[in-house]
Design a protein around this ligand. Sequence first.
Ligand code: FES
Length: 139
Amino acid sequence: MAAEPTLTTVDHVHEEGSFLFTVADDYGVTQEVILVPCEDGVEAWHNRCTHEDFKLDRGFGVIYREGEIVCAKHGSTFGTCSGFCDNGDAKDTTLPSVEVACEDGDVVLVDDGYTFLHEGAEDDDDGDDVPGSTSNVGF
Ligand code: FES
């Protein structure tokens, strides 16, 4: 079994406020994920508001208000530890989660549904490590 990919460190997420990376599901569909501080550890959520398909981290980190993740489009906020929103247009929804674990201060991806692609946004890939227009993924 391959080693689980190390994403970053718990300290880095707490110091920087968040960490953005990109994964692919079993069908090759890419998904941006944010790591955010939660108590002494971290949680991982899809980088899309549940109201509309709007990125919570648009390339310069997650925005927080009173300790909650803020959607900059209409202002709903989501709990960093629960992903739940109790206000605004996204009320009564929860951000989809991605399973990560903290191991000796490192954050590792342990979600069987996703494969780590790279740090940063979907379009941050430098094209060196995944196929582009010559992809062999069939539809
Ligand atoms: S898109 Fe996030 S609250 Fe509307």
